[in-house]
Ligand binder design. Structure first.
Ligand code: FEO
Length: 398
């Protein structure tokens, strides 16, 4: 099923309200959509961003509601991950006449997604244009929003900007437009979660992207996930949010969270003593977090916005425990390199959690404090003093 956006722009993507996990790691409590658009000019027609190959059959039917496949002249791919470019191979088999428009980096990705060497590319550089007759496609390079290949496509005659993932979110309601959103608070939650996961590491690039589009007289922003943003709806509000979220984060005092898990309370006792040692030494915001009791996304946000952190795990099955690894799976590797951290843990038999964590964090190029603390079973008074000393020494090193 398609939706008309303007007299010459149609949404032909797929709604997936039931999706609950995207790309293995992102929770999608409100489903998602894989948006794709057709722009019809007086002479030429373009398909902008494609789709996930799982939904190819329905996607083709949606396109055919607007025009026969042989009438499509260009496929513009603003960004290339398989949720957008995954259908390209199948589309090209049905539309051999099509020229594919992408950034230079995008063309490289596409060759490896479609596994074809015979694609006719038009490489779009910043400010390049393609005429559709009475309408123009104008390309705006937007690297790292959120991959190196990303670009936007601007259709001035329709005051419509196509941004792919930028301004998008995993949210799905039957209407394509933001002014029809029924569950507004859920949309806002989905928008923030998407920003944090996808654009959080790229704040400076977000700023540059916003700067590039600020003079455009936009009526519609057509993203690749979630509702179309409109001037009468939410686009000013979403732009303002992006301005706010991309501002550099400055903590009033050093933020040094202590993350841990504890099987019998022993690693937890060490966490408390390390915190006491830190707070004896410097004025810091130093809270302890048993990961079992907190929302993982909130913890990952803290991990990525802190100045330094301490992490502790008991040893189970010769390793740190899963919540600790889950936390570290969300680390922002663009901005976390050289961040200081220290490691500790209580154990019963062999205590591999501490060395495993130290090794992993060193591999990620974090600045792992040279001293770590391993304690067998229940920490003695001496062990707790050692933990406090670790806190003092770590704080002094910052
Ligand atoms: Fe929606 Fe970066 O793919």
């Amino acid at each position: 099923m398609h939706t008309k956006i303007t007299d010459s722009i149609y949404s032909v993507g797929i709604l997936n309200p039931n999706l609950r996990i995207f790309d293995i790691v992102m929770k999608t409590d409100y489903g998602t959509s894989y948006n794709s658009y057709i722009v019809k000019g007086s002479e030429k027609t373009a398909l902008i961003d494609c789709n996930h190959k799982t939904y190819f059959k329905q996607y083709i039917e949606n396109i055919k509601e607007i025009c026969p496949l042989e009438e499509i002249d260009y496929i513009v791919l603003n960004h290339n991950e398989p949720d957008h470019s995954g259908t390209l191979g199948e589309l090209l088999a049905l539309m051999p006449q099509v020229q594919v428009v992408a950034s230079k980096v995008g063309a490289l990705y596409i060759k490896n997604i479609a596994n074809r060497d015979d694609i006719q590319f038009i490489i779009a550089k910043d400010n390049d244009e393609i005429s559709l007759g009475d309408k123009m496609l104008k390309f705006i390079n937007a690297p790292f929003l959120h991959w190196p290949d990303s670009m936007f496509t601007w259709v001035p005659e329709e005051k419509t900007l196509f941004t792919c993932d930028f301004f998008g979110c995993h949210f799905c309601e039957p209407s394509a437009f933001d002014y029809n959103i029924v569950y507004g608070s859920y949309y806002e939650k989905a928008l923030k979660a998407y920003y944090d996961a996808i654009f959080g590491p790229f704040g400076s690039h977000v700023k540059k992207g916003l700067e590039k589009i600020k003079e455009l007289d936009m009526e519609f922003i057509c993203t690749s996930h979630g509702p179309v943003l409109t001037k009468r709806g939410r686009w000013q509000e979403v732009l303002a949010k992006y301005e706010e979220w991309s501002a550099p984060i400055k903590n009033d005092k050093p933020l040094i969270p202590i993350f841990y898990c504890t099987a019998y309370g022993n690693t937890g006792l060490l966490a408390e003593s390390i915190r006491d040692g830190i707070l004896e030494t410097i004025d810091a915001d130093c809270e302890i977090y048993d990961l079992v009791d907190y929302d993982m996304e909130a913890m990952q946000w803290k991990l990525n916005t802190c100045d330094a952190f301490v992490i502790g795990s008991p040893t189970i099955n010769k390793n740190a425990v899963p919540p600790i690894w889950n936390l570290l799976a969300g680390i922002d590797m663009i901005n976390s390199m050289k961040k200081s951290c220290a490691v500790f843990g209580s154990y019963g038999w062999s205590g591999e959690a501490v060395p495993n964590l130290c090794q992993f964090l060193t591999t990620l190029k974090l600045n792992v404090f040279e001293e770590s603390l391993k304690v067998t079973f229940v920490p003695s008074d001496q062990d707790l003093e050692k933990a406090k000393e670790l806190g003092r020494a770590f704080a002094q090193s910052l």
